[in-house]
Write a protein that binds this ligand. Structure first.
Ligand SMILES: Nc1ncnc2c1ncn2[C@@H]1O[C@H](COP(=O)(O)OP(=O)(O)OP(=O)(O)O)[C@@H](O)[C@H]1O
Ligand SMILES: [Zn+2]
Length: 626
């Protein structure tokens, strides 16, 4: 009771009773989710639904404080409900151990909430919830953290940018020539060891590795051909796996012969430091007395001979493992392979030592195994404090949303900074060219067992809505109809995978004054014989697309690079191109270049610029209920 009294005093009676009665949804019960659920329960939100598809892992326990050792392998959402329920017995929590993309969580279900909180770790689920909240016209508080960086964004249909208004960049890939011929940073050598050398020896093929960009231009085509030959020669060496001379063969191939070949291309080294090949015999001598246990020292930077010893030893360990798998494999099955896993010590030792040996050759700084683990595993450690701050800011923004004070709501950024840790900017209006939110949207009642695509295209879109000839119809699965693709017209909705709660997008492709995209959400409705099989229950107006010049103002949300995991992508950082900003904006915005590695153990994104928005007017965020 006491807590309730204080919450009432600080929030005011009206907001307090509003949040007590409202139903809210929290998607994701991980790092941010645990903090958020605790905040929601303690501030007096009365009805909370949680959705999480995962179970608890040992590695979650250091920051996801609603979970204890005895909960490992149990459902995150159910345990979160149990633990947070104890903080406030008056709160009604419902837990769903499920994927938020499951069909049971349809638009009507989303519509039953006053507000939705995203506490997710991947782009796909975030985009889905964004789309559902727009369709249901429910406000969404989107949040994300990476290391010391965090972001909170308020999204409301028609009033603010949506999650997809800013394009998200996909994880970084590296040109194959940088990795294979001209590395200049530790990450290049790590990607080489992990995505090229490791896979060529123990895995399938380099062509499978997503971190290598094989796009050929006329200048590099010849070199790429040479690199292919080089890889083929390595494949041949693979045949001697298990033999005594195997480590020496691999070593001499990749650290001597391949380097000698590169050296012979004089032009390549005219303006670069030329690589220096390593000698097997010389290193063998130098490494006398170094034992393989040095691999356990993961915080120190190993010497060349220590890397040499770990390289040979881990190569033997992995070869033995693969040989054993092969011996036990069933004939007829695909041959067994090994894959890199940062938590698999043999694979990590190999990648760390091989990357460092290559770094010596190219005069690049070497790294400790600990650092290499972070970089190769694309990990930026989660920081509990950032999650806690971000979750707190989510709730403060939610209060503004619940009071319908969108003018006071803000987009908030957290960053590791001596200057200002929290900065903010006002919410931006929806981007007119956004393919997700700047669309006309309506519900369509359809008898999907009877309606055909022709009913939709000819009778509904052309006759009823007045579309011309140039438009396309698609679903998540791809394009179903356009003027050149009319094979599907006789097919029923059910035959092309459209059912209740599916979305259909209609894109007007007329040159002259086209309509904005139309998103139709399908409501399944049996319709009696003789009646129209497709019905529009509410009146619909489809605005025309804004003229082309607005397209240039498209902002550019950016994800962390360096192939870092999804959780940090997801738009926690925003980068705007200079030309997008007015002069005044440019002055207000603060640019922080994060150098790779940096003084901390955290490998920062490699070569991108984070633009932090600095709220020049107010100077700071007032953490109160203004
Ligand atoms: N489609 C989805 N439906 C429901 N829950 C999801 C979905 N996608 C992700 N999640 C949940 O969102 C949560 C995100 O939390 P967090 O970023 O802390 O990730 P984590 O997996 O718990 O930790 P980490 O990735 O840092 O090891 C996870 O608990 C995850 O299960
Ligand atoms: Zn949008």
């Amino acid at each position: 009771m006491g807590r309730d009294k204080f919450a009432r005093q600080s929030l005011g009676p009206s907001l307090h009773s509003h949040i007590k009665q409202a139903r809210v949804l929290m998607v994701g019960a991980g790092g941010i989710g645990c903090e958020l659920l605790k905040n929601l329960a303690l501030t007096g939100f009365g009805n909370i639904h949680i959705v999480d598809l995962d179970t608890i892992d040992l590695s979650n326990l250091n920051r996801q404080f609603l979970f204890r050792h005895e909960h490992i392998k149990k459902s995150k959402s159910l345990v979160a409900k149990e633990s947070a329920g104890k903080f406030n017995p008056h709160v009604n929590i419902e837990a769903h151990h499920a994927n938020i993309k499951d069909p049971q969580f349809n638009i009507d279900w989303f519509q039953s909430f006053a507000i939705v909180f995203n506490a997710l770790d991947n782009l796909d689920a975030r985009r889905h919830v964004n789309k559902m909240c727009l369709a249901a016209d429910v406000p969404l508080i989107e949040s994300g953290t990476t290391g010391f960086n965090g972001q909170v964004q308020v999204i409301k249909k028609g009033r603010t940018e949506c999650y997809d208004c800013n394009i998200k960049e996909t994880p970084k890939s590296f040109p194959v020539c940088t990795i294979r011929s001209t590395p200049s940073q530790p990450i290049h050598c790590i990607v080489w060891a992990k995505s090229y050398l490791f896979t060529e020896i123990f895995g399938i093929s380099e062509d499978e590795a997503p971190e290598l960009d094989h796009t050929e231009s006329s200048e590099n085509a010849e070199e790429i051909e040479n690199l292919r030959k080089e890889a083929q020669a390595l494949k041949n060496i693979r045949k001697s796996m298990g033999l005594e001379e195997f480590p020496k063969k691999v070593f001499e191939k990749v650290f001597k012969e391949d380097i000698d070949r590169l050296l012979s291309m004089k032009d390549m080294w005219a303006n670069r430091r030329a690589p220096e090949p390593l000698e097997w015999e010389k290193l063998t001598q130098e490494a006398l007395g170094v034992g393989p246990t040095v691999a356990q020292q993961d915080q120190s930077v190993w010497t060349t001979s220590e890397n040499f010893v770990v390289f040979c030893d881990s190569l033997r360990r992995l070869s033995n493992r693969l040989e054993e798998l092969r011996a036990n494999a069933n004939v007829g099955n695909a041959p067994p392979v090994l894959s890199f896993d940062k938590d698999d010590v043999d694979t990590l030792d190999f990648v760390a030592a091989a990357a460092n040996l290559r770094s010596y050759i190219f005069g690049i700084e070497t790294r400790s195994k600990f650092d290499i683990k972070q970089m190769a595993g694309n990990i930026i450690p989660a920081i509990a404090t950032t999650n806690a701050m971000t979750a707190g800011l989510c709730v403060l923004q939610a209060f503004k949303v619940m009071k319908d004070e969108y003018d006071k709501a803000k987009m908030i950024f957290l960053a590791r900074s001596v200057d200002r840790v929290i900065s903010s900017e006002p919410l931006h209006p929806p981007k007119p060219e956004c393919p997700v939110c700047s669309v006309a949207q309506t519900k369509l009642e359809v008898d999907t067992s009877r309606a055909t695509l022709k009913d939709l295209v000819e009778n509904f879109l052309k006759l009823e809505l007045g579309y011309g000839e140039e438009f396309s119809v698609s679903t998540d699965a791809g394009i179903l109809y356009d003027p050149e693709l009319d094979d599907n017209l006789p097919k029923k909705f059910s035959e092309v995978g459209i059912k209740g709660d599916s979305f259909i997008t209609v894109i007007d492709e007329e040159d002259d004054n086209p309509r904005v995209n139309l998103v139709l959400s399908i409501a399944e409705k049996p319709i009696s014989e003789g009646d129209k099989v497709i019905n529009l229950p509410t009146k619909l107006e489809i605005p025309r697309k804004p003229k082309a010049d607005v397209a240039a103002t498209n902002g550019n949300g950016i994800t962390a690079t360096n192939g870092v995991q999804d959780s940090l992508s997801d738009g926690f950082k925003r980068k705007r191109e200079a030309e997008d900003l007015s002069n005044e904006d440019v002055q207000r915005r603060k640019m922080a270049k994060v150098a790779e590695g940096g003084p901390s153990k955290v490998p920062a994104p490699v070569d991108d610029v984070i633009v932090l928005d600095d709220d020049g007017s107010a100077g700071h965020i007032i953490i109160d209920d203004d």
